[in-house]
Design a binder for this molecule. Structure first.
Ligand SMILES: C[S@@+](CC[C@H](N)C(=O)[O-])C[C@H]1O[C@@H](n2cnc3c(N)ncnc32)[C@H](O)[C@@H]1O
Length: 269
């Protein structure tokens, strides 16, 4: 694990900045908390004293299945993006590669030093794309699902600049201003409290940093709307999202609709 991550971590229990001296035998120098390993090479920064998070919906329970994690990129993601967001959505237009292209350029990887956070990284496709495009910068992939992180660890093994951690997006274990950009693809609908996650993202971005995300807007087909309703998938209208992010203190909101999917970008002033 790249030790470059040590200065930007904060202790999940006492919130001390840069709490660990050594990633291999991590122990908070302030409160003594000892994180475990969520999977080989994946630091578990969920505070076990508070307890294990429980999946609050069916989709998240599926995200924690080993089978779904393994088939996610190739089958699960394209199927559900198509179902929930219709033909015009990213995965249908250019495959996952089309989305990776939009996100990499939206984050302006070439003009910024990083580090980069891939928030709710799943099996790590975006983390790998960021790591390949910014080989000199640290990329942190974070997810709450052990199964997703285990697959992400296998698939990012060749990238020495990727660090994977298990944590909750509602309480990010990083110091203020740690990142030059936060990537957050297809996960807003999964959070219990998006307001809290937006605030955390703003906190961990440095001034001028970019927050680039994608989510579901209104489904273009009846089948998509019925599936979303049955699965309890929350949708975000562009005007709602713009007003929400502005109220929290983000600037320069831009978005593009790809069928029923919404890709957006804001900046921390
Ligand atoms: C639909 S997947 C998207 C994965 C990946 N970003 C992509 O676009 O392919 C949503 C991910 O959000 C993660 N997730 C859900 N709730 C989370 C939370 N509270 N904190 C961190 N990750 C969470 C899930 O485990 C899952 O990997």
């Amino acid at each position: 694990m790249d030790p470059a991550v040590l200065p930007i971590l904060s202790c999940p229990r006492c919130k001390a900045a840069a709490p660990f001296r050594d990633v291999r035998a991590a122990r908070c120098m302030t409160c003594g908390m000892e994180p475990g390993w969520a999977a080989p090479g994946v630091l578990d920064l969920i505070d076990t004293a508070v307890g294990e998070p429980t999946a609050s919906n069916t989709e998240q329970r599926l995200m924690e299945s080993d089978l779904v994690a393994r088939i996610y990129d190739r089958f699960w993601r394209p199927t559900f993006v198509r179902l929930l967001a219709g033909k015009g959505a990213g995965a249908s237009v250019g495959g996952l590669a089309g989305e990776l292209f939009i996100h990499k350029h939206g984050l302006s990887l070439d003009d910024r030093p990083g580090p980069w956070l891939d928030l709710s990284c799943g099996p790590g496709a975006f983390a790998r794309a960021l790591a390949a495009s910014a080989p000199g910068a640290l990329v942190v992939g974070l997810d709450i699902s052990r199964a997703m992180l285990e697959v992400a660890a296998q698939r990012t093994g060749g990238y020495t600049n990727v660090v994977l951690v298990r944590a909750d997006a509602h309480s990010l274990p990083f110091v203020d201003g740690a990142f030059g950009g936060v990537n957050n693809a297809g996960a807003l609908h999964a959070y219990d409290d998006p307001e809290l996650v937006f605030r955390e993202i703003r906190r961990v971005l440095r001034p001028g940093g970019i927050y680039m995300g994608s989510t579901f807007a209104e489904a273009p087909t009846l089948l998509g709307r019925l599936t979303a309703r049955a699965a309890g998938i929350r949708r975000f209208e562009p005007s709602e999202l713009r007003a929400w992010l502005q109220r929290i203190g983000f600037a320069d909101y831009e978005d593009v609709r790809l069928g029923g999917a919404l890709v957006f970008r804001v900046r921390r002033p």
